[in-house]
Ligand binder design. Structure first.
Ligand code: SAM
Length: 347
């Protein structure tokens, strides 16, 4: 089968043998690229219309106990200027977000055990008490099952935890010995089992990643059936061991987004900040490749200028209102619109 036939088959059946997925990932000419992204776009529009869900991210701490080799807030980066937001600062970020129309708050941070399980529960409860109609998403890394259960009982709705890679040896190349793919997957299984709308995902082009690794990830995700999938290019950070590694290829990242949409049609698929950093109109290209979520930053300025995961990261300065207006205008220019509703999973 040629690549156009493979794309048509993927569109019809939602799956291809590993070798065929690898062929599509390795490269497409412009006609094939348009065919793939067109199929993915139509699939997304058939389920979600032309709406793109908008979520507000609050980056509440850049302290991290982990030492992931790719990440700017890794423990060993002594040049990172560390900060933590208090419960009140988090609530006032949500308050501002609520007034701007956000109905999902994503609390993201390094793995910072300064916030105990009961602190996280208190923060989640305070948000849900004040804005019961809003969804709370946590993205705080690996914790115990009992911790995850307590945040869920406190009202958390969703949890994002990228597996980063589904290959144990590639995982070991990216992470310190204290971390394991087995534990990452254990966390994902627990989260889904507890009842969270669960998100996993990968960086595209992370050092050492092969096309076969991405295929493994696609097959893992097809099998896991997450509610959300975060996919963005790897971008180096100057104060990490991967400072001199090349950034992931944005074209490959767009192909991975489109293939993901065709393999898991209902999934909530953000067009990520990293994609918007890699290419100036990257977030729009992501939507045109089948993504349907954008997550602007609603972190107060003292945090957002310090939560630096990679060089050149967008959204670290500037203002939420301006950002929202630009996103709304940009979406309109391609015939889409910003949907500020909760945007729950339809799985
Ligand atoms: N600590 C939480 C966790 O581990 O899920 C959430 C914060 S972590 C910084 C969020 C995501 O940032 C990671 O899952 C990773 O994929 C992404 N990230 C970190 N460094 C990156 C880089 N250099 N380029 C692109 N994405 C990066």
């Amino acid at each position: 089968m040629d690549k156009k036939q493979l794309i048509a088959k993927l569109d019809r059946e939602g799956i291809l043998p590993a070798d065929d997925l690898a062929q599509l990932l390795r490269g497409l000419d412009s006609e094939e690229t348009e065919l793939l992204s067109g199929c993915a776009r139509r699939k997304a529009v058939s389920l979600y219309g032309k709406s793109v869900y908008i979520r507000g991210i609050v980056e509440f701490t850049n302290y991290c106990r982990n030492d992931c080799r790719y990440c700017g807030i890794r423990r060993s980066n002594t040049r990172a200027d560390r900060y933590r937001l208090s419960k009140n600062e988090i609530l006032s970020a949500c308050e501002g977000g609520y007034r701007s129309g956000f109905r999902t708050f994503v609390l993201q941070g390094g793995e910072d055990m300064h916030y105990t399980d009961s602190d996280i529960c208190e923060i989640v409860k305070a948000i849900k008490d004040r804005w019961p109609e809003c969804a709370v998403t946590l993205s705080i890394g690996e914790r115990s099952r009992s911790g995850y259960e307590s945040y869920y009982a406190a009202g958390a709705d969703r949890f994002l935890l990228r597996q980063e890679t589904s290959s144990p040896s590639h995982y070991a190349y990216l992470h310190p010995e204290t971390m394991s793919l087995a534990n990452r997957k254990r966390c994902l299984d627990d989260l889904k089992d507890i009842g969270y709308q669960t998100g996993c995902g990968i960086m595209v082009g992370s050092p050492g990643q092969t096309i076969e690794n991405i295929v493994q990830d696609l097959l893992y995700m097809k099998d896991f059936v997450p509610h959300m999938i975060g996919i963005g290019p790897f971008i180096p950070h100057k104060d990490t061991p991967f400072a001199n590694e090349p950034a992931g290829d944005a074209g490959l990242c767009l192909r991975v987004l489109s293939i993901t949409r065709l393999m898991l049609p209902k999934v909530l698929l953000p067009s990520t900040t990293a994609l918007g950093t890699a290419v100036s109109d990257g977030r729009l290209q992501g939507i045109l490749a089948g993504a349907n979520v954008i997550m602007p930053n609603i972190t107060p300025p003292r945090g957002r200028c310090r939560y630096i995961l990679y060089d050149g990261q967008i959204g670290t300065e500037g203002d939420t209102q301006e950002d929202l207006k630009r996103i709304g205008d940009d979406l309109k220019s391609i015939g889409y619109f910003a949907d500020m509703g909760r945007g729950d999973s339809i799985m």
